[in-house]
Design a protein around this ligand. Structure first.
Ligand SMILES: NC(=O)c1ccc[n+]([C@@H]2O[C@H](COP(=O)([O-])OP(=O)(O)OC[C@H]3O[C@@H](n4cnc5c(N)ncnc54)[C@H](OP(=O)(O)O)[C@@H]3O)[C@@H](O)[C@H]2O)c1
Length: 205
């Protein structure tokens, strides 16, 4: 990821799902840009691997779906650095489950991770984001705005995060809190990224 050096010096960024994949790359990119990064995830070893890539990354082991975790994550960032500038709601899971096989439990689990946890993290971060005109970045998928036969509930969860993104962006625009989403799609050898923003708001990251 190409981020100009240290233009985020002193900023504080929370990245969920920082122990692997897009979250790890995002955490490292923000750290290289000068930010303090709180990397969140359940697997300690993965998070420590990410933290070993840059001294500005701190691992915070937690299940973001657990009661009280969203507040604990934000409190950790505030206790350490006194501010939160960016929340990257990256942690998520895909689920390829045909309609004929779906269960209430799987739907609830999927939405708890892909929709509810990002919402509660955003709520907890909001008072601090207001103070610094900060940003929320939600990680969607191209399936947030196109159908996925056989994986409809995953697509629906990403569609939900895109509509939350657009609604929050308008809801918080007057408070200078920016809200955007990125929608990756894996193509062999390439990750393409689309940006989902309301027409009235510029993409920031
Ligand atoms: N890569 C793609 O093809 C692609 C395409 C479109 C969209 N996306 C989206 O991009 C995001 C990242 O995906 P990825 O490909 O980088 O996948 P990944 O490597 O599986 O990363 C997901 C991360 O989320 C964390 N996580 C999962 N459940 C969690 C929980 N309950 N609490 C805390 N952390 C949790 C995982 O860590 P632990 O298991 O250690 O908790 C993991 O580090 C997801 O939202 C995904 O839907 C990815």
């Amino acid at each position: 990821m190409n981020v100009p050096n240290h233009h985020l010096a002193g900023r504080v960024v929370i990245v969920t799902g920082a122990g692997s994949g897009i979250g790890r790359a995002t955490a490292i990119a923000f750290a290289r840009a000068g930010a303090h990064v709180l990397g969140v995830g359940r697997r300690q070893a993965n998070l420590h691997h990410t933290a070993s890539e840059h001294s500005a990354i701190t691992a915070f082991v937690a299940d973001i779906c657990a009661e009280g975790t969203p507040a604990a994550v934000v409190n950790e960032a505030i206790d350490r650095w006194g501010r939160v500038d960016v929340l990257v709601n990256n942690a998520g899971a895909a689920a390829i489950i045909p309609l004929a096989e779906i269960t209430g439990t799987r739907i609830a689990e999927l939405f708890a991770l892909n929709v509810t946890a990002p919402s509660l993290l955003a709520r907890e971060a909001l008072p601090h984001l207001r103070e610094v005109a900060g940003s929320i970045v939600n990680v969607s998928s191209t399936f947030g705005h196109r159908p996925l036969p056989g994986g409809s509930h995953y697509a629906a969860s990403k569609s939900a995060i895109e509509m939350l993104t657009q609604s929050w962006a308008l809801e918080l625009a007057d408070e200078n809190v920016k809200v955007n989403a990125v929608a990756p799609e894996v193509v062999p050898g390439l990750v393409e990224v689309e940006v989902a923003v309301p027409r009235s708001r510029p993409a920031v990251w």
